[in-house]
Each structure stands twice: as structure tokens, then as C-alpha cells.
Design a protein around this ligand. Structure first.
Ligand code: UD1
Ligand code: CA
Length: 460
């Protein structure tokens, strides 16, 4: 049977109090809507339609690489039934079933969606509702049953006090038979406490017609948690992170204090890597085996090899660090940095768009930008590449085995040849040939008795 997915994401998200559309708020590094799209993709749908309303452009541009999505605008937003109705022309001629998802319910698993589809098809249902039994049903629609059968859904604001006691709630996730669906949705009235067109009213409408309405009750109620506020966002993020940490630990990663570690969903970490408290691993970061990541490190969209040690308070962004390298403490690798095997980057060293060759060392207090540094190079403390003249960025090349003395400025574009030495305190404006020694600091002058002289002058 054909499956067509509709994702509702047009609501104002008032309770978020945000300029950003609710479904673009991030849970463990990924926008809410990405979780929902990933769940939908597991059904291999014939089409996926997203109903947008508020900040339509922001949403469209955030999802612009998803060519398979159809966007439908709902304006004004008159409720969930009204939202679904807006997809009618996009789905003209479609047959089979419509799976309706909510853009603000990110944790629904692919298994539950498959169960929903199977139950719906198996029972020949007109509508199938995903439900859950929860301790605190407030803010959800309640499932009213007559006997075993679902009779209708009542929203919190319309419920009697007896109905409010019901702990089985509507997840807002459904499967509907497409045949006759839009006519039935059109018959929904807005006669309720919120004067909105409620999609859940379809349940009682179908039941009155004698159609089959089914339910699928999830055993883990976390799956159907909807996000309406910042505190719900934080609570759901916590669930995703706990899950991620548990998966990594099961796969052989040591996480000393999981409650304080923030690892985004798509991050991978190899076995026997140790992650200390207070570490952030974000985006598409991958960490190899046997690494040690110390407290306060933040690694974003970067590839870290095997047996790498990242010392405390190091920030690594969009960079690569090869096997057996050591970084930090207090190092900053900015985008497009490539630290090769066994290289060392020490404290207060910043690299940007720089290759630091295998076995090379920059141990202390340096800025290396737009530089190509060969193997076994020694960069002394206080070395600075002057890569920017206010208009253009230019390159510094340091060839294999060179030794750059402390407090050197390398004014790019400039090349230090293979095995060359640069004396401390030099300002290098011209290329240094391979094997040469370059010194630019003036000869030292000592003026005997100068201090006494000055003191005498001050007294006069
Ligand atoms: C809805 C259900 C409720 C269910 C809960 C589960 C209704 C009337 N109630 O309530 O039974 O327990 O979800 O989380 O459906 N949206 C639009 N256009 C609109 C209104 C909403 O696209 O005009 C979208 C929202 O962006 C959101 C989804 O529909 O993604 C649900 O809307 P929301 O306002 O959050 O409904 P709830 O009050 O949570
Ligand atoms: Ca909601």
C-alpha cells in the first residue's frame, strides 16, 4: 500500500517564546524536524509533505537540501485539522494511507511507525491513533474509550474533570485511509474551547460512520513526548543524550560521568576511548579508538584519529587530528586545520587552515594560520605567522625538519626551507633557503652603568 507522510509544523510554538520556528530548535545538535524526517524516511514513503506557517522561509531554507519534500503553507493557522486540509491539492490522486506526524514529536521510533502502518493495514482501519499511558497527562488530548474501543479524543481544555483523570493520551501521530479522508476532515467543526479545527475529532466522526478506528499504544511514553516549551526541549535533549551515552558505553567507550557529557546524535567514538567529565562532542565529529578526551574539551565537526590525547579546555572545530597526536591543554584548532600523526600542539597555540606535519611540535603560545608545515618541524614559543595584511591572506610554508626559534614573526608569503634554522626573535620577511640560518634581530648592545645614570638624572 502507498504511504504518504504529512508533517505538521505550522503552529506558532507560542510557548517557546522564540524568533526561531519551533521545529528548528535543536535536540542534541539536530533540529527537531530532522528527527521526524528520519523517522518518516524509515517508512519509504511515496511522498512527504511538510505543512509550514510561521517563518516559512527559515524552515524552507533549513530544509533546502531535501529535494524530496513538498511544502504547503497554512495561513492562518486554525488548528490541526485545518493544517491537514491544506495538503489536499498536493495529495490529489494519492491512494493508500496517510501517516500524519507532528514536527514537535522527535523521539518516535521507526519501529513504532512500522507497527502503526502494520496495524492500520492489518485491521483495515479508517484511522489508527498512536497513544501512550502517562503519569502526567496534562496538555495532551485524552483517549476516551467505550469498552475496548476508542470512542473519541478530548482535548485538555474541553475535558470534564472525570475525563482529565484519563491517563491514556493522544500522541498526535496517526495513520488514515486516504479514501474519503479530506471530505471527513472538512466536516470537522471548530466548536470547542479554543475555536480550532481539531484533527482528533476525526475519531468520533469515523466511529459514528461505523468505520474501524484502531490504536497503537507505545510502551515507552518518552517516544511520543511533544515539545512545546524550552523546559520540554531540555528534558527531551536529556533523553537523547542518555541514550547516546548508553550506546557508546555499550560499544566500549568509557564515559566517566555521563550526566556532564554532551555528545550529539551523529558523533561516533571508538572503543577504549576515555571521555572525562564536561566534554562536548558535536555535529559530525568522529573519534578513533584508544583516545583520551579531557575535561572542558569541545570538538565540533572534526575527525580525530586513534590514540589521540586531547588535553583540558581545547576547542577543535572542522579539523582533522591524526593518530597519536596530542593537543592542548588550552589549544584552539580552527577550521581546516590538519594535525598529522604524532604531532603536538601545546598550550595557547592557535591553528587555522594549517597543516602541522607528522611529528612536528608547536608547544607553547603560537599563532599558525594559512601555513603548511612539514614533518619534524619545531615551532618555538611565541611564533606568529603574519598571514593577513589587512586585505589579503597569504601563505607560510615551513619545510621538513626546520627549526623556528622562539618569538619569531613569519611575514607571509614566505618559505622556510628544509632543515633551516631561524634565530630567536627574528622577523622573517624573505625566504630562508634550505639548510641556512636566518637571524634578523639586531646585534645586542650593553650600556654599562646605564641604570645608575638614569637614577641620578631622576634625582636632579
Ligand atoms: C495536539 C493534539 C492533542 C495531542 C498533542 C500531542 C489537536 C487538537 N490536539 O495538541 O490531542 O495530545 O497534539 O502532542 O490536534 N499545527 C499546525 N497548524 C495549526 C496547529 C498546529 O501545523 O494550525 C502543528 C503544530 O506545529 C504541531 C502540531 O500541529 O507540530 C500539533 O499542534 P500543537 O498546537 O502543538 O497541538 P497540541 O496542543 O500539542
Ligand atoms: Ca504539541
Amino acid at each position: 500500500m502507498d504511504i504518504h507522510v504529512v508533517i505538521l509544523a505550522a503552529g506558532k510554538g507560542t510557548r517557546m517564546k522564540s524568533a526561531l520556528p519551533k521545529v528548528l530548535h535543536r535536540v542534541a545538535g539536530l533540529p527537531l524536524i530532522e528527527y521526524v524526517l528520519a523517522g518518516a524516511a524509515a517508512l519509504r514513503p511515496h511522498s512527504t509533505t511538510v505543512v509550514v506557517g510561521h517563518q516559512t522561509e527559515a524552515l524552507r531554507s533549513a530544509l533546502s537540501r531535501r529535494r524530496d519534500l513538498t511544502f504547503v503553507v497554512q495561513e492562518p493557522q486554525l488548528g490541526t485539522a485545518h493544517a491537514l486540509l491544506q495538503t489536499e491539492s498536493a495529495l490529489r490522486g494519492a491512494t493508500g494511507m496517510l501517516v500524519l506526524l507532528s514536527g514537535d514529536v522527535p523521539l518516535l521510533t521507526a519501529e513504532t511507525l512500522k507497527t502503526l502502518v502494520d496495524r492500520h493495514t492489518g485491521r483495515g482501519a479508517s484511522a489508527t491513533v498512536v497513544t501512550a499511558v502517562v503519569d502526567d497527562p496534562r496538555s495532551y488530548g485524552r483517549i476516551v474509550r467505550s469498552g475496548e474501543q476508542i470512542a473519541r479524543i478530548v482535548e485538555e481544555k474541553d475535558a470534564t474533570s472525570a475525563e482529565r483523570e484519563i491517563r491514556e493520551i493522544n500522541s498526535g501521530i496517526y495513520a488514515f485511509a486516504l479514501e474519503g479522508l479530506f471530505d471527513a476532515v472538512r466536516s470537522i467543526a471548530a466548536e470547542n474551547a479554543q475555536n480550532e479545527y481539531y484533527l482528533p475529532d476525526l475519531v468520533s466522526i469515523d466511529r459514528r460512520k461505523g468505520l474501524v478506528v484502531e490504536t497503537v499504544t507505545v510502551s515507552n511514553a518518552d517516544e511520543i513526548r511533544g515539545i512545546n516549551s524550552r523546559s520540554e526541549l531540555a528534558a527531551v535533549s536529556r533523553i537523547v543524550r542518555d541514550q547516546k551515552n548508553a550506546e557508546l558505553m555499550a560499544a566500549g567507550v568509557t564515559i566517566e560521568d555521563p550526566a556532564t557529557v554532551y555528545i550529539d546524535r551523529d558523533v561516533t567514538v571508538g572503543a577504549d576511548t576515555v571521555i572525562h567529565p564536561g566534554v562536548y562532542l558535536e555535529g559530525t565529529t568522529t573519534i578513533g579508538v584508544g583516545c583520551e578526551i579531557h575535561s572542558g574539551a569541545r570538538i565540533v565537526d572534526s575527525q580525530i584519529g586513534d590514540r589521540v590525547i586531547v588535553f583540558n579546555h581545547t576547542v577543535i572545530n572542522s579539523s582533522r587530528v591524526a593518530d597519536d597526536a596530542r593537543i592542548g591543554p588550552f589549544a584552539h584548532l580552527r577550521p581546516e586545520t590538519d594535525v598529522r600523526e604524532k604531532a603536538r600542539v601545546g598550550n595557547f597555540v592557535e591553528l587555522k587552515k594549517t597543516v602541522l606535519g607528522a611529528g612536528s611540535k608547536a608547544g607553547h603560545l603560537a599563532y599558525l594560520g594559512d601555513a603548511s608545515i612539514g614533518e619534524k618541524v619545531n615551532i618555538g614559543a611565541g611564533t606568529i605567522t603574519c598571514n593577513y595584511d589587512g586585505v589579503n591572506k597569504t601563505k607560510t610554508t615551513i619545510e621538513d625538519g626546520a627549526f623556528i626559534g622562539s618569538d619569531t614573526q613569519l611575514v607571509a608569503p614566505v618559505t622556510v626551507g628544509r632543515g633551516a634554522y631561524v634565530g630567536s626573535g627574528s622577523t622573517i620577511r624573505e625566504n630562508v633557503p634550505a639548510g641556512a640560518l636566518a637571524v634578523s634581530a639586531g646585534k645586542q648592545r650593553n650600556i654599562d652603568g646605564w641604570v645608575e645614570e638614569r637614577k641620578k638624572k631622576d634625582r636632579d
